[in-house]
Structures are given as structure tokens and as C-alpha cells.
Design a binder for this molecule. Structure first.
Ligand code: ATP
Length: 252
């Protein structure tokens, strides 16, 4: 199986001198192409920092991160930006959409920055994605005129515009009620089934239970890992029970 992300002994600190605090303390991680991974851990354990380190959004103090065979430390700013744009998509708890633009324009905006000439093609792709996630009829709406779940669907469309190999999600369902959260997970699972590697940070055992591999962080380290078969909708309670047992064991 091809490894799409290899992180070796990643160190990341904030602060200087006596205030220096290692938030990632020698994290090694390998993610296979097409894997569906989640990262759990207490608040402040370093989950988001790990995601930013793995995606090259943040510089690291030590260790290495390679994406699709390329060591990020050997790349200049432009090469790094290219890799981020072509290989990765990001979904956050609250999609950062612009109030002055409608849903469709928000989805196409980042792609337009890269390629102004292909408006028709970009718009067509956005419409295909909107249809896929069930918001086709909302393209003209302002972002204040849709629900949180619909907004997150738009955020997912925007992340998918560049056909990324990897989607990073930082609490992508964190602002949603449980029904919308599960619907968003249905969409994310489908994207994974189509071959995209997914890495989610979540506090929610019910979200993690739908992934195939869960990494548990504590104090800047990955302290445990759990693997499941691909989720087929039948054994959520059993998976959640196992995850919650592990969380208790670790002290989360
Ligand atoms: N830019 C920053 N400057 C200083 N400290 C930071 C910065 N970003 C993160 N930290 C600190 O690093 C630690 C880990 O933060 P991180 O956001 O990775 O944790 P997390 O596990 O994702 O937490 P949560 O579940 O609350 O989102 C925290 O103590 C946080 O305060």
C-alpha cells in the first residue's frame, strides 16, 4: 500500500526560553493512500497542531514530513503552496466563507484565483459537487440564508474543487447537530470510498467510530491506535463502546 503521508519524529513547540512548550513531542505517523483516519485526544493534546504539521501549513521544529513522496522541508514556499493546492483540501468546524458572496461564488473563489480563464469549467465542477452533496438548489443563496449543515456541505465542495488526494478535517462536524453531523459523515465517507485519503480531528466517538483507524493523542504524543473494518452502518454501538473504553483507559 502506498504511503501518502510519512511523518517522522515530528517536533513542534510554541514559545521561547522557559516558556517553550513542545506541543508535538516526537510524533511519527504513516498514512496509507485511501485511508480513513481520525485523531482523538483531550483538548490541547496537539491534534490540530499535528494536522497543520502534516499538511505543511505550519513549520515544524524537528523531524520530517513527506507528502506523496516529497519531503516538505526541501520545498520552497511556491512548491509548498502548489502541493497544498493540488493534493490537499481542508474542512474546518466553521467554513470560512465570505458574506458578500453567494454559495456558488464562495465555492469557486479559491479555484478562480488559480485559473481565471476557466470560469465555465470551474463553475460546472462546482455545480457537480453541489449536486453530489445535496445543495444544488442553493447556489444563489447568501451564506446567511442556509443552515449550518448546508454551509458545511458548501465547505466540503470548496475543499473538493481541486480534486485533492487528501482531505484534512478539523472538527468538521463540531458545529452541527447530530443528524447533520451524520449526514456530513455520509458525504465524507463516500469521498473516502472514491479513493481520497481522509484525516479527521474529532472529539466525538460517534464520528471516530465511522473511520477505519483512530489515533489517540495525549500531551503531544500518539499514545494508542485502534483499527476497524470499513464502516458498513451496522456496528456503530460496538465501535463506540471500544473507543470510549480506550478513551477511559488513556484518561481522555
Ligand atoms: N499559535 C500558537 N501559539 C501558542 N500556543 C499554541 C498555538 N497553537 C496551539 N498552541 C498550543 O498548543 C497546544 C495544542 O493545541 P492544539 O490546538 O493542537 O490542541 P488540540 O488537541 O487540537 O485541542 P482542541 O481539542 O482544544 O482543539 C495547546 O496548549 C495550545 O494552547
Amino acid at each position: 500500500m502506498k504511503k501518502i503521508i510519512i511523518g517522522d519524529n515530528i517536533m513542534k513547540s510554541f514559545g521561547v526560553g522557559d516558556e517553550k512548550n513542545y506541543v508535538l513531542d516526537g510524533v511519527s505517523i504513516e498514512i496509507n493512500e485511501g485511508e480513513f483516519v481520525s485523531v482523538m485526544g483531550p483538548s490541547g493534546s496537539g491534534k490540530s497542531t499535528l494536522m497543520y504539521a502534516m499538511s505543511g501549513m505550519d513549520e515544524i521544529d524537528g523531524g520530517t514530513v513527506s507528502i506523496d513522496g516529497r519531503d516538505l522541508s526541501t520545498l520552497n514556499e511556491k512548491e509548498l503552496a502548489d502541493i497544498r493546492r493540488t493534493k490537499m483540501g481542508f474542512v474546518f468546524q466553521q467554513p470560512t466563507l465570505l458574506k458578500s458572496l453567494n454559495i456558488l461564488d464562495n465555492i469557486i473563489l479559491p479555484s478562480m484565483r488559480d485559473n481565471r480563464k476557466n470560469v465555465a469549467k470551474i463553475t460546472e465542477k462546482a455545480r457537480t459537487l453541489m449536486k453530489k452533496v445535496g445543495i444544488a438548489e442553493l447556489e444563489k443563496r447568501d451564506i446567511t440564508q442556509v443552515s449550518g449543515g448546508q454551509l458545511q456541505r458548501a465547505g466540503i465542495c470548496r475543499a473538493l474543487m481541486g480534486s485533492p488526494k487528501i482531505i484534512f478535517g478539523d472538527e468538521p462536524t463540531g458545529a452541527l447537530n447530530s443528524k447533520s453531523a451524520q449526514e456530513i459523515m455520509d458525504i465524507i465517507s463516500e469521498i473516502n470510498t472514491e479513493g481520497t485519503t481522509i484525516i479527521l480531528v474529532t472529539h466525538d466517538a460517534k464520528i471516530a467510530a465511522r473511520t477505519e483507524r483512530i489515533m489517540f493523542m495525549y500531551d503531544g504524543k500518539i499514545v494508542s491506535e485502534m483499527r476497524f473494518k470499513r464502516f458498513n452502518g451496522t456496528d456503530i454501538d460496538d465501535r463506540m463502546k471500544r473507543i470510549m473504553g480506550k478513551m477511559r483507559e488513556i484518561g481522555i
